[in-house]
Design a protein. Structure first.
Length: 552
């Protein structure tokens, strides 16, 4: 403001020029024209202008009239139209001259007002120029003229010509100052922008600090939450895997996230206190069971009570010692799901189910038999053999041959189980195919007297299980006595069967049912665990088979 404003005011002052006032000249000319027009017009002619204009209109519309339209005379009708036109022309010239005179008066008055305004501005600009010159410290390049602006406007043009060099130099200085002013404006704008940005930076830096802390907390919580889930899944995998592979040393299965890779989960295990990646050291059978354990553990995390679990050929490559434990694990964990569907081509699974070697209380076994294009897939239900025998016994009339044949096969399975458990002496044969005649005598008198089954019937008020004891010796003795009934009725054609009673065959089958119901539990299977150290037991202790070893 200190540099620019004085210069601007001075520039406005130097641009003021004396006004030209031609209004008085125009006015005198207009007055002369009026005087001349009045001389040409008779007194009171202006009042007749409208009459003349009406007569002119009438004569133009009636050019052949022979009388004056006003007085009705005919002596002055000749040349009347020309005289009227001349009168109207003179009157119009007077009217126009008077209008011009009026305009000249108005213009003279406007110019006088403008002149007074210019005088006032000139006086104020001169006072401002003197005030700024004396009250402001000017840069050294600004050198004012020695003479001051005149008080009289008539002398202004001469003074302006005398300071022409100063004015030109001032314009050059103004150009420099304008550049400096623009530079100052740009610097000020940049400073304001910097200050605003710096304020925003400080605010965002504070917010960023809080955001980074929140981000760190979120990451730590997410990692902790994810690690907890992964640890829980790892624990479930270890539990299921150890149930299938107890005491094999392949334990402490763990899953870890790879921090350097996105969506990467590493599976690891420990063998003999050393880290062992399963992919590198596990057999195909162990890898398959490990995959099954991972699948079950993951499925258990997602609302298993509302989940239908479907598995296909999960024991296809599992070696025989682990098959039963895999099946038992599937049976056990399937209870946690709404439904569990397992499809398999593994025939021993069906046979072990039919012979009661696997738990079957909560399992529905559906067998798909041969199919044809005309009939499609045929479905048959697979029942345990003991259930088949019970159905045969319930039929009327009973099929004696089928009853004896089925009972004999079941009895052979039960005797085969007992002779293996107690390591009895059985005649060695090719293919290890033994008959009732080989198996029953292998259970000697001492063993039969010691054989008994404790059957769990209920729990006491204190929660301790209550058992009833069932000796097996009398059942085996009676079966040995009538075992030939099976051969006579169900295995071979013999005429002696004509003389035997049907009741003997039915008695034989009923004893087999009683033996199986005493030794096995419909859901818990055969007593195969010796963890007690004193007897064989089923998994949940529903059956206890004594003794643990064959007496000598």
């Amino acid at each position: 403001g200190r540099v620019s404003d004085p210069k601007s005011r001075f520039e406005r002052l130097t641009k003021i020029k004396p006004p030209a006032l031609p209004g008085d000249i125009y006015l005198r000319s207009a007055k002369n024209n009026v005087i001349e027009a009045v001389k040409r017009v008779e007194s009171g002619a202006l009042d007749l202008l409208s009459i003349f204009q009406s007569g002119q209109k009438y004569l133009k519309e009636h050019p052949t009239t022979d009388r004056c339209p006003l007085c009705g005379s005919s002596e002055n009708i000749v040349g009347l139209s020309t005289r009227i036109d001349q009168k109207i022309q003179d009157l119009s010239s007077l009217d126009e001259s008077q209008m011009i005179e009026t305009k000249c008066y108005k213009k003279l008055n406007d110019e006088q007002i403008f002149l007074d305004l210019l005088k006032g501005k000139f006086s104020k600009s001169r006072d401002d120029f003197l005030s700024l010159r004396n009250s402001t410290t000017w840069p050294v390049e600004v050198v004012f003229p020695a003479t001051l602006p005149p008080e009289e406007q008539s002398l202004l043009a001469v003074w302006l010509d005398s300071i022409k060099a100063f004015r030109e130099k001032l314009f050059d200085i103004d150009e420099v100052w304008s550049g400096q002013k623009q530079f100052r404006a740009d610097v000020k704008k940049a400073l304001t922008q910097y200050q605003n940005n710096f304020e925003i930076y400080n605010r965002l830096a504070t917010q960023l600090g809080f955001a980074m802390k929140a981000h760190t907390v979120m990451i730590n919580e997410r990692i902790s939450f994810t690690d907890k889930i992964i640890q829980d899944i790892s624990d479930d995998i270890c539990q299921i895997y150890n149930e299938i592979h107890p005491g094999e040393g392949l334990n402490k299965i763990s899953m870890q996230l790879d921090q350097k890779r996105r969506a990467s989960l590493e599976l690891n295990s420990e063998f003999c206190s050393h880290s062992a990646p399963p992919q590198a050291y596990f057999s195909q059978s162990h890898l398959d069971t490990l995959g099954l354990c991972v699948f079950l553990a993951l499925a258990l995390r997602d609302e298993p009570e509302r989940t239908i679990l479907i598995m296909d050929d999960v024991i296809g490559s599992i070696d025989e010692p682990h098959v039963e434990r895999v099946i038992e694990a599937i049976y056990e964990y399937s209870k946690k799901f709404q439904h569990c569907i397992v499809t398999t081509h593994y025939r021993p699974w069906r046979e072990k189910y039919r012979w009661g070697w696997l738990k079957n209380g909560h399992c529905q076994f559906v067998e798909l038999s041969n199919w044809e294009l005309s009939q499609g897939v045929r479905i048959t239900g697979s029942l345990p053999e003991i259930e088949r025998l019970k159905r045969l016994l319930a039929e009327e009339p009973p099929d004696i041959q089928s009853i004896c044949g089925k009972a004999g096969v079941i009895l052979e399975a039960a005797l085969d189980y007992l002779t293996q458990k107690y390591e009895c002496r059985v005649p060695r044969k090719s293919g290890n195919v033994f008959t009732l005649g080989d198996l029953i005598p292998a259970l000697d008198k001492k063993l039969r007297q010691a054989l008994k089954v404790e059957i769990r019937i209920e729990d006491s008020d204190s929660g301790a299980p209550v058992f009833k004891s069932e000796p097996l010796g009398p059942i085996l003795d009676e079966l040995e006595r009538i075992s030939q009934t099976r051969n006579a009725f169900g295995a071979h054609f013999k005429e002696i069967s004509f003389e035997l009673l049907d009741s003997d065959a039915i008695r034989f089958a009923q004893l087999v049912v009683k033996l199986m119901e005493s030794m096995t539990h419909p859901e818990d299977g055969w007593p195969s665990s010796k963890k007690s150290g004193s007897h064989w037991a089923t998994r949940f202790d529903f059956r206890r088979l004594h003794p643990l070893v064959k007496p000598t």
